[in-house]
Design a protein around this ligand. Sequence first.
Ligand code: ADP
Ligand code: ZN
Length: 620
Amino acid sequence: MTIVTPSISPHADDEPALAVLRRHFGYEAFRGFQREVIGHVLAGGDAVVLMPTGGGKSLCYQIPSLLRPGVGVVVSPLIALMQDQVGALRQNGIRAAFVNSSLSGREVWQVINQARAGALDLLYMAPERIVLDSSLTLLDDIPVALFAIDEAHCVSQWGHDFRPDYLGLSVLAERFPDVPRIALTATADVPTRSEIVGRLRLERARMFVAGFDRPNIRYLVTPKENPRQQLKRFLESEHPGDAGIVYCLSRAKVEETAAWLVQHGWKALPYHAGLDSEVRRRNQQRFLFEDGVVVVATIAFGMGIDKPDVRFVAHLDLPKSLEAYYQETGRAGRDGLPANAFLTYGMEDVVLLRRLIESSEAEERFKRLEMRKLDALLGYCETTSCRRQVLRNHFGESAPTTCGNCDTCLSPVESWDGLVAAQKALSCVFRTGQKFGAVHLIDVLLGKQTERVLKFGHQQISTFGIGKELSSGQWRSVFRQLVAGGFLSVDVEGHGGLHLNENSRPVLRGEQPILFRNDPIPGTASRIKERKTDKRQERTRVAATPAESDLWEALRAMRMELAREQNVPPYVIFHDATLREIAEVMPTTQEELAEVHGVGSSKLKNYGERVLQVVAAHGA
Ligand code: ADP
Ligand code: ZN
């Protein structure tokens, strides 16, 4: 790629990478270690890049692809998204194309010929295609600037997104030893890192590990009472008109929840692997192309989605691990504006996940690993300290004890000495024969003469009615925390009956101190809400006066129109942050507009006139 001397760019700089950043992407400076990665790859080195979602991984291979001779070949697992990625690059005046199964043989040839002729900067390919002999032979003929392996954690067999085709990618190392390779992922844990290095033959690569904090995401975890109502309250108070993702564990629940949200006036769409591929494609497109769509999905949704303005991610069921949780919540707020991660969970989730792990066909070693992951997740849910600290520590980072932007920091959780309550609960489990679930055990503790209690004669045992000092809600919390803390086991084969285990004994003997978190009662949660609304208004409201907000609306309408004309999602034209800045500074000349974050020379050329017209018409 040759760099044309900029005629309109107000910035001149000697450093080629910085010049490309400014000219093509309209950004002022590199973020984090982007500059270091780019420099390393430009010099021909291999790299492994670990950065949180939204950290700016793409530029790490896009810019070297533009500056090195030849085409940058990007391996990306999601065919459905290649088109969007390529569309976004073209908006920035970058010559990009993709090759996947949606193209005809002739179209593939056209792309390959372009690459041969040096008319392409970036070429996206699916992993199953690139490893074919025929593709490798084609690549022999094309000057390749670099190979970028996106979502590199897909190579990990123990991970949550394993794709067998990724294992074949080691062939690139053997076949193209002189071409630099760069693997990128947002999955941070150490075992995944070493799998990426080993399986992709990146032993000589330099490892770049970014801080994993996402300061603009607010973490909220709340015990499950009535999950749909909780979700509805959350959406109404925090996210009217916002785009977001709601995760559920099962397909049936996805469908039900989406339908229920629609009934209540939300623009909600289901997404799961059981849906027809055309329906899935359409729903994903609407999420990307329209404003304010809520997708209700199983975890099959979201990987590789680059939508920057996802304002919330809500989990109605526990994710599989903290890694999965972090990656899924990381899809919120890529644009750096405030976003929420909301999770509700209860003991039934723990039972369900334990059962799923137990009943899977996997090896014992794998099951044990999964159980440990679940325990780490439960530790996060039950913590009384800062959630961000727990997360960052889990990923091997040190972190301050408070972040000021999670529920436990915003309204500190009290803990209470739960030894006596725990002993009562455990002895009740024992006295009733270690086969009943929490609901029945609570009835016994509260001294309720239910049909079941009478049927089993439990009104006569010594723990009958010894727990009247707590409410049934408090007992539910006690049982949940005992299970989460590993002091009680769940019968995963049967109906969720509870039984004692080796950790129960020290508690019963009074040798094990027990601290329970005091689950916030509904009224106290509103305290967070109030503060939060203040903050959101102050940070995200664009304009105070009607004239300015007119301008904002007019800019959004213009963006939607442009997006329709170009058949790309609105954020590919301009991010919210860019429109906001335009509404604020109200540029009157091309030069002023070029100064705005996210306006590169290509966008300036294509849309500059229209933006300036809108500002002139509505900005007065
Ligand atoms: P990732 O792939 O790491 O999740 P992306 O590469 O999609 O993240 O980048 C996230 C967002 O940040 C994108 O909208 C991108 O344009 C923006 N971005 C990346 N680098 C910079 C930078 N140096 N300055 C400003 N914005 C940036
Ligand atoms: Zn915190």
